[in-house]
Design a protein around this ligand. Structure first.
Ligand code: TZP
Ligand code: MG
Length: 204
C-alpha cells in the first residue's frame, strides 16, 4: 500500500453519521475506518455502501473494523483487526487479493507473531491513554511507538490520544500517520479539525 494514505486516518466513533465521515474527508482525512462496536452488520453494510462512491472518487480507502462479512458484502477496501480477532493468514485469504488488512499492535513482542506477507499495515498504540477505548493496553509513549515502528518494515499508523500537538513527535518516531477518533469526531468543526491534523502532519 501507499504509506502516504495513512497520514490522517479517521476511525469513527460508535453511531457515526455519513456527514461526520465526509466532513473528515473534506478536511483532509486520507483513510477511513468504520469502527462501531454496537451497530448491526446490516447497518454497517448500508453505511459503507453509502460512503464508498464518494470515498473512491477522493481516493480515500474505506476500512471496516472487525467485521469480515461487512467488508465482503459492502465492497469496502479492507479490514482492520486486533490481536484476538483471528489468524491474519486466514483473514488475508478470506479477503482475497486487492483488499487491505490492518492489524493492531500494542507491544514489540507482537511483531514476531505476524505471519510474513499477511498484513498490509499496522496500527500501533495506544501512544497515550485514551477514554475512547476503555480497555486499552498500556500506553507506549512516543518512545515505545518508535521502538515498534523501527522494528518492522510494515507501514505503521500511530493511534491513541493523538492530536495536532503530537504530529511532530509521531512523525519523528517514524510512523506513517496518525489515526484519530475524538480529535475529529468530538471537535466542534470536524472538517476544520481534520484540516488542522493534515496540515500539522504535512508540516511536521
Ligand atoms: N485503539 C487504540 S487507542 C484507540 C483505538 C481504537 C482509540 C483512539 O481514540 P482517540 O479518541 O483518538 O484517542
Ligand atoms: Mg477488534
Amino acid at each position: 500500500m501507499n504509506r502516504n494514505t495513512l497520514a490522517v486516518y479517521f476511525v469513527t466513533p460508535d453511531g457515526a453519521s455519513p456527514d461526520l465521515v465526509m466532513a473528515a474527508v473534506r478536511g483532509g482525512a486520507s483513510m477511513v475506518q468504520l469502527r462501531d462496536k454496537r451497530a448491526s452488520d446490516s447497518d454497517l453494510v448500508a453505511l459503507a455502501r453509502q460512503l464508498k462512491p464518494d470515498l473512491t472518487r477522493r481516493g480515500v480507502p474505506l476500512i471496516v473494523n472487525d467485521r469480515l462479512a461487512v467488508v465482503l458484502a459492502s465492497g469496502a477496501d479492507g479490514l482492520h483487526v486486533g490481536q484476538s480477532d483471528g489468524d491474519p493468514r486466514a483473514l488475508r485469504k478470506a479477503l482475497g487479493p486487492g483488499r487491505l488488512l490492518g492489524l493492531s499492535v500494542e507491544t514489540l513482542a507482537q511483531l514476531d507473531a505476524i505471519p510474513a506477507g499477511s498484513v498490509d499495515y499496522l496500527g500501533v498504540g495506544p501512544v497515550h491513554a485514551t477514554a475512547t477505548k476503555p480497555d486499552h493496553a498500556a500506553p507506549l509513549g512516543v518512545d515505545g511507538l518508535g521502538r515498534i515502528v523501527s522494528s518492522t518494515a510494515l507501514p505503521c499508523v500511530a493511534i491513541g490520544g493523538l492530536g495536532v500537538a503530537d504530529a511532530a513527535g509521531v512523525k519523528a518516531a517514524g510512523a506513517d500517520g496518525m489515526a484519530v477518533v475524538s480529535a475529529i469526531s468530538a471537535a466542534p468543526d470536524p472538517a476544520a479539525a481534520a484540516r488542522a491534523l493534515a496540515e500539522a502532519w504535512r508540516s511536521a
